[in-house]
Design a protein around this ligand. Structure first.
Ligand SMILES: [Zn+2]
Length: 340
């Protein structure tokens, strides 16, 4: 009986072995099945990014998950060629483009846009800039940008500007027979005119770059200056008729041959060798050539025969025989008539 029990016991033991083997085999089969099934659900996917290409066998279900698995983060402006919720299928190819910074210069500001767009118009739209009708876009809105090329919008504005301008007056001369030849008199002073000019001023980014005259009007006409030029060539002095070629207005001082007037070493003769006496005057030879016969108002007839250190330009020195006479003359503003 004991033996049987033992056999029975043994018999139960022997029946347990196949059960364990079967279980192990089943588990293995199940694991393999699971692995096989999951393996068969993986898809081969290729991700082409700006810097690398990644080949994946993935169970991801959307493009977003694929990018995450490939460790690719999309930043502002980066573009994926497929919507992120696109389902993953075998052989899927996903391309990702990295955005570049684009600088847009406008109104003195710089706007940075991150985009893969190359067209100027698209970049402007992203920067939220609408150029005005006169604005200049560089390069042209239809152009495509090269790498790193910025977009510039030059703001062009126009303004009407009025400006008053001085107009010079003309000078006229008129002959006048009441004035001695060689002398002139201002009959009327000139007055400058004013004209108002309208300019169209062009500004680029607020700076004036050009102005064009578009209209002009007169505010005040200029008034010509009138100068009378003498034509008189004869005069009467002490009942005598004297003819002359021209008159000159001068400042006249007086001298005599004395030491006080001519210095200790003066020899009493003039520059051209005539004795210094009444009837001789000292002149600036550039104004009155030496040897010229003249009539000096208040003095009488004389010859330009002498020179003097102080006698320059419209100056003469009239000679008297005595020092007293010279002192009496003093300084006078007179006319010198150059005789024919
Ligand atoms: Zn003297």
């Amino acid at each position: 009986m004991r033996l049987r029990e033992a056999e029975v016991g043994q018999g139960r033991g022997y029946r347990a072995v196949p059960f364990i083997i079967t279980s192990v085999v089943l588990c293995a089969a199940l694991a393999f099945a699971c692995w096989y099934v999951s393996k068969s659900q993986e898809c081969a996917v290729t991700v082409v990014a700006w810097d690398r290409e990644v080949a994946l066998h993935t169970t991801a279900s959307t493009v977003a998950e694929v990018l995450e698995e490939a460790n690719i983060q999309l930043a502002e402006g980066d573009v994926c060629d497929k919507p992120l919720d696109t389902p993953v299928v075998e052989g899927l190819r996903v391309e990702v483009y990295r955005a570049e910074p684009r600088f847009v210069y406008y109104d003195g500001n710089v706007t940075t846009v991150f985009t893969t767009e190359k067209s100027v118009s698209a970049v402007l739209a992203l920067a939220n800039i609408t150029p005005g009708p006169d604005d200049v876009v560089l390069p042209d809105v239809d152009a495509l940008l090269s790498d790193g090329e910025p977009v510039r919008v030059v703001r062009v504005t126009y303004e009407d500007v009025w400006e008053d301008r001085v107009v010079a007056f003309k000078t006229e001369t008129r002959p006048d027979d009441s004035i001695e030849a060689g002398l002139t008199r201002v009959y009327r002073e000139g007055v400058t005119g004013i004209e108002r000019v309208r300019y169209l001023v062009r500004y680029e980014d607020g700076k004036e770059v050009s102005r064009k005259e578009v209209a002009k009007g007169t505010v005040r006409e200029p008034v010509s200056k009138i100068i009378l030029t003498g034509t008189l060539t004869q005069m009467s002095r002490g009942g005598e008729n004297i003819r002359f070629t021209r008159a000159i207005e001068v400042k006249a001082t007086a001298y005599c041959p004395c030491v006080k007037c001519c210095g200790a070493y003066a020899n009493g003769t003039t520059h051209i060798g005539l004795p210094a006496k009444q009837g001789v005057i000292a002149v600036d030879p550039r104004l009155i050539p030496l040897g010229t016969r003249v009539y000096v108002d208040g003095y009488g007839y004389a010859v330009a025969a002498d020179t003097g250190g102080a006698i320059k330009g419209n100056r003469i020195d009239v000679c008297f025989d005595t020092h007293d006479e010279a002192l009496r003359w003093g300084i006078k503003q007179v006319k010198v008539y150059v005789l024919e």
